[in-house]
Design a protein around this ligand. Structure first.
Ligand SMILES: [Zn+2]
Length: 95
């Protein structure tokens, strides 16, 4: 595991983000949320990303996957499977 430390958000430079040294462009949740709040055209993908907002807030992996998709409009089967698995796990944890 990489060491985590607090850094100022690269966009608003106001909020602090818990990040790693590998992340050169850390975004706070508020900034990331506006980035993730985009319309998805592909119905299958739309369904995949249609999960409670709370899940995105709690899990940076889910945010990364969605951000990747919005940026490149493409995900590998492995990424999709990992996304689904994480969502399933979080649903179970929630009860
Ligand atoms: Zn920010």
């Amino acid at each position: 595991m990489a060491i985590k430390f607090k850094k100022k958000c690269a966009r608003c430079r106001k909020n602090f983000v818990l990040t790693t040294s590998r992340d050169r462009y850390p975004l706070c949740y508020e900034c990331e949320k506006s980035e993730l709040d985009q319309e998805i055209e592909d119905p299958e993908m739309k369904k995949l990303f249609d999960i409670p907002e709370e899940f995105y807030r709690k899990n940076s992996f889910l945010r990364d996957i969605k951000r990747n998709y919005l940026r490149f409009e493409n995900l590998t089967d492995k990424q999709i499977a990992a996304f689904k698995k994480t969502v399933e796990r979080m649903k179970k944890e929630q009860g």
